[in-house]
Design a protein around this ligand. Structure first.
Ligand code: 5RP
Ligand code: MG
Length: 222
């Protein structure tokens, strides 16, 4: 199996704080995420700034779009995002219009853009089939921040859903309060990206924390 990529989630309230993290961590990670919290707080300036500082990294705008797929896709791609998220409860038209923009831009300049479906909250297998039919290739399997704070752990049900989504051909990102000790749970699946925010950013030694993730990728997927 290929080694997973490491995505740093910047759910900071200020761009200044986010940049304090990327200054030491950007070279350790593969994908830099302008987190939902950062996008709400600082807007597209955050996406623009991250891409201009780190042009060689994949920059993800985790806007969890629920509507206005075309306008929001244009907005994030105009500001340098490579990937964006659409929330799982969005109408399929939102997914399709965002994907259309991603494809159009990728064809225009040869830089791959993509749309990920963010599984926060409820969704159905019928919807998953519709995402597939629409051409979605990436899914973010997310244990929500609030659900985690309310005590929700990773369980057998999550692993069964992850296996079924992988079986449908989706590339998977896994996230939600991930710590390096969680990684063996997912070792049987071809995970494309692990996303970590607080466990890396807030670590006493953030660089060491990012390197522990990378070492675990080699141990379990190498
Ligand atoms: C919350 C998110 C976060 O970016 C995601 O949960 C990763 O951050 P952390 O590792 O701190 O949970 O999208 O909605
Ligand atoms: Mg996020």
């Amino acid at each position: 199996m290929s080694l997973p990529m490491l995505q740093l989630a910047l759910d900071n309230k200020t761009l200044k704080d986010a940049l304090n993290s990327t200054r030491i961590l950007a070279s350790e990670v593969d994908v830099i995420e302008a987190g939902t919290i950062l996008c709400c707080s600082e807007g597209m300036q955050a996406v623009r700034c991250l891409k201009s500082l780190y042009p060689d990294k994949i920059v993800l705008a985790d806007i969890k779009a629920a509507d206005a797929g075309s306008i929001l896709a244009n907005m994030v791609y105009d500001n340098g995002a490579d990937w964006m998220t659409v929330i799982c409860c969005a109408p399929i038209a939102t997914v399709e219009t965002a994907l259309k923009e991603a494809r159009k831009r990728s064809e225009q300049d040869g830089v791959p853009r993509d749309v990920q479906i963010e599984l926060t909250g409820s969704w159905t297998w019928e919807e998953a089939a519709a995402w597939k039919k629409a051409g979605v290739s990436q899914i973010v399997y997310h244990r929500g921040r609030d659900a985690q704070a309310a005590g929700q752990g990773w369980g057998r049900e999550d692993l069964e859903k992850i296996a079924r989504l992988a079986g449908m051909g989706f590339a998977l990102s896994i996230t939600g309060g991930l710590v390096v000790e969680d990684l063996p749970l997912f070792k049987d699946f071809p995970i494309k990206v692990f996303i970590a925010g607080r466990s890396i950013r807030d670590a006493a030694d953030p660089v060491a924390a990012a390197r522990e993730f990378k070492a675990a990728f080699k141990k379990y997927w190498g």
